[in-house]
Write a new protein. Structure first.
Length: 221
């Protein structure tokens, strides 16, 4: 029997993958070579953000004032639930040692990474769940320093609700950076001097490709 195709998509999941990989690889090379100055230049050109990349106490306080109390209460509630579960989950996996044979001992130790990078996407809506789930669980795991990045919204800085959530959940450093430049900043330790041991959080195809290309040098989840 002859098969007749009535309609077929012109694009597949692989369409444009090679172009994206090449673009992101070139960006990462430029960002690593140019350091913090290159990251700031990308932030200005791609996100419309020319301010200080590291969020200060005044910006956090302003975000707290701007977010309605009902939303702040919802964020705090979410944080408390996620933290309680994450702590219980951590307690369920313990260090142990067992002597398998005289003089032969095997076991496991749970050692938190030193620095975790959490990426929270921007766009049309505030990704509060990404902020709560990534930062809260990292802190519950005992990560010493959590760096969170989220892009500027319409050139006005991080969404106040996202910024409030990142602060409440315990991020040690918050940066107004998005896209590939944010992943590069986390991976290379820009503005903090603490390269991330692992980078978590969703993002667009460019963010996903940057994480993929850096895997091995940095953990990914």
């Amino acid at each position: 029997m002859t098969i007749t195709t009535l309609k077929q998509a012109s694009k597949t999941p692989e369409t444009g993958a090679d172009d994206t990989a090449q673009q992101v690889a070139a960006m990462l090379r430029e960002l690593e070579a140019g350091g913090e100055a290159a990251i700031l230049d990308f932030a200005r050109r791609l996100d419309g953000w020319a301010g200080d990349p590291v969020v200060g106490a005044e910006q956090i306080a302003a975000a707290e004032r701007a977010v309605p109390e009902r939303i702040k209460a919802d964020i705090r509630f979410s944080h408390e639930q996620v933290r309680a579960f994450a702590l219980a989950q951590r307690r369920s996996v313990a260090d142990f040692a067992v002597e398998l044979h005289p003089g032969v001992t095997a076991g496991q130790r749970l050692v938190p990474v030193d620095s975790a990078g959490c990426y929270v996407p921007g766009g049309r809506f505030a990704h509060l769940a990404s902020a709560v789930m990534s930062v809260t669980t990292a802190k519950a795991a005992g990560v010493r320093h959590v760096v969170a990045c989220s892009p500027s919204h319409k050139g006005q800085g991080i969404s106040p609700a996202v910024l409030y959530a990142l602060h409440i959940c315990g991020a040690d450093t918050i940066m107004t950076l998005g896209g590939v430049q944010a992943i590069a900043a986390l991976a290379f330790g820009a503005f903090t001097g603490r390269p991330a041991d692992i980078i978590v959080g969703p993002g667009n195809k460019y963010v996903a490709e940057a994480k993929r290309l850096l895997f091995g040098r940095v953990g990914d989840h």
